[in-house]
Design a protein around this ligand. Structure first.
Ligand code: CA2
Length: 147
């Protein structure tokens, strides 16, 4: 059994996925995404812990605690992507590898979504592929951790 453990974090409002605004974010629910990731994790022989919060401080607490228990973090920071120095500082403090993912192509959307506070401290950013962004992000993170 692999000892790699990946923390998957979902930011604010992503609990509404598939339930509201399907024309923007699709009909896949957060539970569907977590199930897809769990299946991929089994194939990749890694363990996952998936967590969603609408609260910035709770996400900061999770990132800080991850230092002890996880090898890397996959995150869709949602709106905090564009606002949160606190999340970025927490990632920098734990110095775990981070992959940032987004369902939509944030660079094709409003100008305020083009900037990410997280991207400069992430290994990489994947956006625009819907739920597939998470799957690609998990694969990229695991490959990074194994090489
Ligand atoms: O495209 C993404 O994954 C985003 O991170 C989604 C965020 C948005 O603020 C980012 O700019 C890009 C918004 C997540 C809100 O999710 C909802 C889902 C269903 C209904 C309403 C909101």
């Amino acid at each position: 059994m692999s000892s790699l453990k990946v923390l998957v974090l979902h930011g604010p409002n992503l609990n509404l996925l598939g339930l509201r605004e399907p024309e923007i974010y699709g009909s896949t629910t957060l539970q569907d995404i977590n199930a897809l990731l769990e299946a991929d994790a089994a194939t990749l022989d890694v363990s996952l812990h998936c967590f969603q919060s609408n609260h910035e401080g709770i996400l900061v607490d999770k990132i800080q605690a991850a230092r002890e228990n996880f090898s890397g973090i996959l995150i869709n920071p949602a709106a905090y992507t564009h606002t949160s120095v606190a999340l970025r500082d927490a990632f920098a403090a734990v110095s775990l590898p981070v992959v940032e993912v987004h369902l939509s192509n944030i660079h094709q959307r409003e100008a305020f979504r083009h900037h990410s506070y997280i991207a400069p401290i992430a290994i990489g950013q994947i956006c625009g592929f819907g739920a597939e962004s998470y799957r690609l992000g998990l694969r990229a993170l695991v490959q990074y951790l194994r090489t």
